[in-house]
Design a binder for this molecule. Structure first.
Ligand SMILES: [Zn+2]
Length: 242
């Protein structure tokens, strides 16, 4: 696949606070530095993500939203939207699909970064979280074709065609983004999730970034689907190339 241009507008749709930092925050920080408008959408606020009995769901959600906003700001992302679906119970419902269509039609991103709905038994020691799969399915179903169809849910806004979908945590990646200049920001953003992350996790993520870049540079890997083929108005400008 050709080297991708830097998009002008990006929406990342994730299930839980910290999914973005594990998956694509290095790329988001790089694009934000280059002038892209980046919006994070969190379907849940991670409100069951603890073994600490001192928390309630409400107190944990408030803490994790604060951590997510701090993580976004570290990467230059100012807009974070929380849909506040209950953590651990997300399904790819029509209600969620419609919420995502509304956001896509409102913010009109060129690129949407999505979770991978196909990832189930992810490795020898990890079953992918059902919320990740559900949010991935709802995201792709919202993008194609729903958000672009004028007769479908006209009350949710003007139709919008997303140019590219970038799927994080995909096993069949076809694009790798060099995050040499933003790896430390990605790790700092991960550290912002203080209720979730320890230093051994940080080191694991650093190691995996170099593995993704085949030892040459730290990288994030994506399966990119180009839904709209015609170039964006600024796509031929050399400065818009990676
Ligand atoms: Zn998650």
């Amino acid at each position: 696949m050709d080297a991708p241009s830097i998009p002008r507008s990006v929406m990342v749709i994730a299930a839980h606070p910290d999914d973005i930092e594990f998956g694509c925050a290095g790329t988001c920080a790089k694009w934000a530095r280059a002038g892209a408008q980046v919006v994070y959408v969190l379907v849940t606020s991670g409100d069951i993500g603890t073994h600490d009995r001192a928390h309630t769901r409400e107190s944990l959600a408030a803490l994790r939203e604060e951590e997510q906003r701090a993580a976004a700001a570290i990467c230059g992302v100012q807009t974070v939207i929380f849909l506040r679906y209950p953590d651990g119970e997300v399904t790819p419902s029509l209600a969620l699909r419609k919420d995502l269509i509304r956001l896509i039609r409102t913010h009109r991103p060129e690129v949407v970064i999505a979770l991978d709905p196909r990832r189930f038994i992810a490795s020898d020691d990890y079953i992918n979280h059902p919320d990740h799969r559900a949010v991935g399915t709802a995201t792709l179903d919202a993008i194609a074709p729903a958000a672009a169809m004028p007769l479908l849910y006209p009350e949710l806004g003007e139709p919008h065609r997303v140019r590219e979908v970038w799927i994080q945590w995909a096993e069949d990646a076809n694009v790798w983004i060099d995050i040499s200049e933003t790896l430390e920001l990605k790790l700092e953003a991960l550290r912002a999730h203080r209720s979730q992350i320890d230093e051994s996790t940080i080191e694991r993520v650093r190691r995996r970034a170099y593995e993704a870049g085949r030892g040459l540079c730290p990288a994030e890997a994506f399966r990119v689907i180009r839904l709209v083929r015609e170039p964006a108005p600024n796509e031929d400008s050399p400065s818009a190339r990676m």
